[in-house]
Design a protein around this ligand. Sequence first.
Ligand SMILES: [Zn+2]
Length: 164
Amino acid sequence: MPPSPLRSLLAAVGLAPKPSAIRADAAPAQAPGDAPSLSLSAAEWQQRLSPAQFHVLREEGTERPHSSALNREKRAGVYACAGCGTALFSSEMKFDSGTGWPSFFTTLPSVFATTTDYQLIFPRTEYHCACCGGHHGHVFNDGPAPTGHRYCNNGVALTFHPAD
Ligand SMILES: [Zn+2]
């Protein structure tokens, strides 16, 4: 049996997870460009997620700024999708943007797909999990070096897995 995608990604970023930190029900990853491999009904997502997680991940909601404990998370580890368990960011990719949302200057490879949304007057680039389609946040071009990107992520859409 091949190693799970999350374990492979954790190994790729040099972080050894506790076995208990890995969701037993994590969905398999997929090649970028494919349809989401984890496709559930709204009722199934409602069972699986908290109301706040459902609002962000499945209804493209936005949590209140400064409401997530992950804003202050400084430990080494991996941030995974709260919907499907796919590893999305490592702690090395996080920076303090001061915006009140967990912020990252890059992502693990091929974990997100993007769309342009017009919920505000100006268009924004929305990004969502390539595995389950769950909405995570918006990416802006005012981030730090080396990428200049700022992935502004809802904390409630993430689960944090410390490295030790
Ligand atoms: Zn996901």
